[in-house]
Design a binder for this molecule. Sequence first.
Ligand code: GCW
Length: 661
Amino acid sequence: NENGYKLWLRYAPVAGKKIQEHEETLSNIFISSHVSTAGVIAEELKKGLSGMLGITPAIHQSKKDRSYLRIVKQPGSEHLKNLGKEGYTIKTIQQKNNKIIFIKSAGDAGLVYGTFHLLRLIQTQQPLHNIHITEKPQIIFRMLNHWDNLDGSVERGYSGASIFTWNDLTKDNLQRIKDYARANASIGINAVVLNNVNADPRILRNDYLQKIARVADVLRPYNIRIFLSANYASPLPPSSTPDVIKKQGGIGNLATADPLNEQVQQWWKQKVDEIYRLIPDFGGFLVKANSEGMPGPQDYGRSHVEGANMLARILQPHNGILIWRAFVYAHNNKEPDRVKQSYAEFQPLDGQFDQNVILQVKNGPLDFQPLEPPHPLFGALEKTNLFAELQITQEYLGHSTYLVYLAPMWKDFLNFENHQQKIAHIISKKKTVRITGIAGVANIGDDENWTGHHFAQANWYAYGRIAWNPDLLIDSITNDWLKMTFSLDPSGNKKLLNIMNSSWMHFADLQTPIGLPVTTDPGMHYYPALKQRTNMYWKINAKGIGYDRTASGSGYASQYDAVNERLFNNIQTCPEKYLLFFHFVDWNYRLQNGKTLLENLLQGFQQSINSIDRLKFTWHSLKDQVDEQRYKEVQQKIDLQKKDALEFKYYFVGFLHTFLQ
Ligand code: GCW
């Protein structure tokens, strides 16, 4: 049955002589007995090998048995120690007449990752006779952030309800959570925040913590640590008006949540001790404070530093970390250009946060737009741990209706240089700070196929692979996903790869054309809404369109290093994809292709629509190669995408014409 539940771990039969040759090797497996993850490794190998090759491997406890796949933990090996507990090697070695495949690691986690890697090689039909692989993650914390609420709803979720069913945590639900853990482990994700940053304080109540501990038991063998979003007002008594529970009230009985108050500190210490008694490997808290109405230290006249360090010091003895979001645009801030506010608030605080505090910064300065320049804080903090926050769920990118593959957008972000450093390296190889990480806002729900659109699974997949190694080439990720998810001929694969790779730019051409952000409605962020978005986000009149963020305008460009500042300030050198983000541009201004701004806008809309027609045509041409259910479900999505995109285009063009004589 092909409902998409199995994601990229379908383990469909693989044909081909090359693979068949290894049947004997893969039929007898040795796993070191002192490996704590041996159970899930054996289970995954059985699932994968029976599905792909129709064999049921025997798992041996001793190397002397005829075992040709050997999964070995060597904590003492210097070479392996350098790869860390999550790193691993896979090697084929010829011993007399036999080929032996070794998966080795210094840690239990590395062996899980190595196993998934070997299964991927088989799924994607790579030769096994001469493997020589050394892998090590480039980023320490590779996280998913769920914006899941306690009532099962998911903020900005487009694929059903939350998979974390706190009111009814049955065996079936735990099985789904186990499959979720498998999927995450297969791409290297090692940390998850289970609840929304708009945090309901009740998540920290003992009854919830007990259930979370059960989830932690399921995730632990897959090397996934649990974090929780904490509401800063948790020490306050519960609110009497439940619908505003997120913003007012907590689960305690104190009159204040002031971080400098001793009783407040004592309250948090007891809470944290209680959490670690239940979940000894608990990761820590994620906090959205003084942002969009959420409570925070500023409510008590305290700074972000005082607020974050208080919690960090309580987590520190348990090895926990405190992740503080930089997504603020405070109302008391006099700065009218919202995109300047996060940098203005946090850059001056560099060096003041404790060592286990992390500032989590969205990729862009505005808010997960289809296209916006990278946040200027990347590169501007020397002494502060920094996580990048990406959004996998398609809040501003067509929900789970449009096929938009996000890997090219993320790579574009990671390749950007500020202060002479690529962002990929700022978040991975930072020398002055200890903790590196990346967070992706999940697109996962309880839909059969997990992500609403079958192709949205690719975004979850690509996110994990990029988090493991931000330098990985997109095509290799996309190819792996396509091969694991469908069974197409090479030319079908190639066609889909091209469509996926260009889908982001074509989407941006429709909804963030030439860098004009925020063109959708304020509630759902899906339908066209232009008039309401003017003035706050951009200006338009008979002369032109855009927002002047140069030295003559809001001055936002000066938050970047001198190189970028110069580049963005000058209309001639500003990358055209950001043109209307940084400049107010005349309708008749000519872009590099010699055509006017207006002509370019119209042409982009048309190309965007054409790309959907191409997608429809290509998908149709693959009908015989895709199972009926997935074929139909994707086709329905494409039809809806086409309809909604056309509407968007007509609306946009009509709107522009009201300003043109
Ligand atoms: O983009 C906005 C979203 C909110 C979200 C907020 C945030 C979780 O519209 O839904 O709240 O950003 O990131 O905090």
